[in-house]
Ligand binder design. Sequence first.
Ligand code: IMP
Length: 428
Amino acid sequence: MSGVAVVGAQLGDEGKGKAVDLYCRSADLVVRYQGGNNAGHTVVVNDEKFKLHHIPSGIIRGKTGVIGNGCVVDPSVLIEELEELEKRGVDGEVKIAERAHVIMPYHKVLDNAEEEIKGDRAAGTTGRGIGPCYEDKVGRRGVRIHELLKPNSLRNKLEDLIPRKRALLEDVYGGKVGEEFEVDPIAEEYCRYGGKLKDKVVNSSSYINEKIEEGKNILFEGAQGTSLDIDHGIYPYLTSSNPISGGATIGAGVGPTKIQEVIGVIKAYLSRVGTGPLPTELDGEIAEHLIEVGKEYGTTTGRKRRVGWLDLPMLRHATKVNGFTGIVITSVDVLEGLDKIKVCEAYEVDGEKIEDMPADTEKWGRCDPIFRSFDGWSADWNTMNTYNDLPKNCRKYLEYIKEQLNVPIYMISVGPKREQVIINKNIF
Ligand code: IMP
């Protein structure tokens, strides 16, 4: 048996979907352990594109996908995704944790109301209701998946809860309540969803641990990225869950001893959808290059992503909080065509040079990057099979990252297609 977590080392959108898709060839189970449909994983198979939000991308390989207890689920989105996969002939199984929390219609309205009132300090959320749903979870008033199977108790809970949600929207945010705050239609609709999902609902911790006992290989698929982690990220411009490797044990219901490998996925530059500081942010021609060649538009919201040079202090932090045993570096082909490629190796702030990311996000915003420059590269990315096929300058760049983080490179992705990849180490 082997347990492997694949997590984002930066700000999400590092290319985790592809790493998971390739590594899960030898996995039996792929488990999402946090987040919801704020995530968007794109997998390209034979020029066919799959965009998944709730369902682990391993499903495309015909694996069993588990939506763990640490996730928040919008049932209508999940059902749509399931129907789409069925229509396209993908036959992997999906299991949903009884303990996962449900994103309710009022969560989405409150998400947008909160963003609006925050003004400059808004996180630039995906508007999917993620934050308010996790707030209810921690506030011990959330609706969990198993409750969608019990019409009476769901209705009683909503009758108790919804008046407070209405008051929150009207009295605190000055909003106007609509059908998203009506008990009857919500109770009916969500019970209907429960009926559609009930065959897939399981005690995910028992289910996963049983598979572990049977000696199966489990891949834990992180969503978002380390700097968006509620505890270890750039507070408050982050998401409301724990994308880091530790989140996998809590959000899947397995002990830390069941995870032997933690793989950090690093994009060869930075991209960011959302607000807040970004010390290595680029604009002008180089930014345009990265956005156009790297197709830097959000999978979930379609928003144009912000881009920047690779930030090593961010990656040092990610290496520590996740305990990476290996890294995957993606999008090295996107840097082709640039004369010089820079990496921020430290920051200068308040007259001091620092190599770690400050915990204070305001201070992070004042950091001036200290850059190291690398010569650019070009190659035919379709004929790349081994590490030594990579252009010399590209290898220098990769070696530098590896040495700085002191973690081996397990895989390098050199293009969007499944076969455009160099695998140094198979993990199962
Ligand atoms: P939320 O997760 O929708 O609450 O959004 C909080 C912050 O996380 C915002 O800055 C989003 O843009 C960002 N975010 C959430 N999910 C993703 C993702 O999958 N990729 C990149 N950024 C994300």
